[in-house]
Design a binder for this molecule. Structure first.
Ligand SMILES: [Zn+2]
Length: 275
């Protein structure tokens, strides 16, 4: 199974598992090197597992893909989005919109085919103005031109149908952006609201849920600005805990639906759909 369905009011949400891998300890930024071992033991985990997720929101008129997985960039570890969409029964040309939470390869690799053509030929691409500004500014990539290549390629292939939004924009169909800067300059989450139900896609505030929820001070080497990313992580976890909003994220483990509860020392992940 590559897809998990969750109804949010009248909206159908599918969590699409593009892939999975394990991270090494060196991927995480932590003061005390024993902390990772402590948290793995606390959560009865042997390894730092992660998933690569994308999301499909079906509203009746729109089939909105939130992120698109890694495509063929990570070899056998990822690239299952096509199987997930097949399971749901949506064809590539039926995707109307793509929201990119940010422009890292595990979220946009799946937007281009092996020959560099758009996979979703009828879809518009939505991302924040800030994210666009960062990745198109050559000043930011003087020492690592390679990192800029894929984002520029994707932007050039979807350029006719590009929509740049503010970091807290109303995206329509009950979707709105959640401003979560730090992982990247214009990184966002997406809040889905329908009727009196809400569900949050928290983007990449968490790469290892059994480390960074219990201890949100733990950063990840992929964070462009680890301090700002930490602020955004805590802000989002506070909202999720206070408002009891079910959520998922780009790297939450399958079936990737849960809640946040607050405990004295931080937060805990509670697997499940309902509160
Ligand atoms: Zn990611």
């Amino acid at each position: 199974m590559y897809s998990v369905k969750k109804d949010v009011g009248d909206v159908e949400l599918f969590i699409l598992k593009d892939g999975e891998t394990e991270f090494g300890k060196e991927t995480f930024i932590v003061n005390d090197s024993n902390e990772i071992q402590r948290l793995l033991k606390l959560n009865d985990r042997q390894a730092i597992e992660t998933n690569f997720n994308a999301f499909l929101v079906r509203t009746g008129e729109r089939n909105i893909l939130i992120d698109a997985g890694a495509g063929n960039l990570f070899g056998p570890a990822a690239g299952n989005l096509k199987f997930a969409l097949k399971e749901v029964g949506v064809k590539n040309d039926e995707i109307t919109d793509i929201i990119a939470t940010h422009l890292h390869p595990d979220h946009i690799g799946g937007l281009l085919s092996e020959n560099g053509n758009p996979v979703f030929e009828n879809a518009g691409l939505i991302l924040t103005q800030k994210e666009h500004e960062f990745w198109t500014n050559f000043e930011n990539f003087k020492n690592n031109l390679e990192d800029q290549k894929l984002p520029l390629q994707v932007l050039s292939k979807y350029t006719d149908k590009l929509t740049l939004i503010s970091n807290d924009a109303d995206i329509g169909s009950g979707l709105s952006a959640i401003d979560l800067p730090g992982h990247t300059a214009g990184h966002i989450g997406v809040l889905i609201s329908s009727g009196n139900e809400q569900f949050a896609i928290a983007g990449d505030i968490i790469h290892a849920q059994y480390l960074q929820i219990n201890n949100p001070d733990i950063g990840v080497v992929f964070d462009q600005d680890p301090d700002l990313a930490k602020k955004s992580r805590k802000k989002m976890l506070d909202i999720l805990a206070d408002e009891k909003i079910a959520f998922s994220g780009g790297h939450i483990l399958n079936p990737a639906i849960g809640f946040i509860e607050r405990i004295e020392s931080g937060y805990v992940w509670v697997q499940g759909e309902t509160n």
